[in-house]
Design a protein around this ligand. Sequence first.
Ligand code: FES
Length: 123
Amino acid sequence: MAARERLICASAALVEGGDGVRFEVAVYDGQAAAFAVRHGGRVRAFLNRCAHVPVELDWQPGRFFDLTGAYLICAMHGAHYDPGSGRCVMGPCKGRSLAALAVTERDGQVFVVEGDDGQQRQA
Ligand code: FES
């Protein structure tokens, strides 16, 4: 299956450890909420769905990082996720992971990678 890219945002919209950008992706059963953040200089993207209970993580729209900017945090019960891997390192779903999405960045823009059927690619 060929891949195609869809623009999410300008690179400048994602600051290291700062607010994320929310977007929608197509999944097998419809649309799903997703988000992108910058961590370690790279853009990381995940489904916006906690590994504990399938609720969105952000405590305010686009606020995914904890106050230190080191971990992604779920607003519901405080699960902490490694922004690099999406793995829960503290909280009720420790050891489980967010669903990582394939993204690419070039020429000052960030793209999500999809199959030619419009379905989301996992990272
Ligand atoms: S729903 Fe995210 S930690 Fe419980």
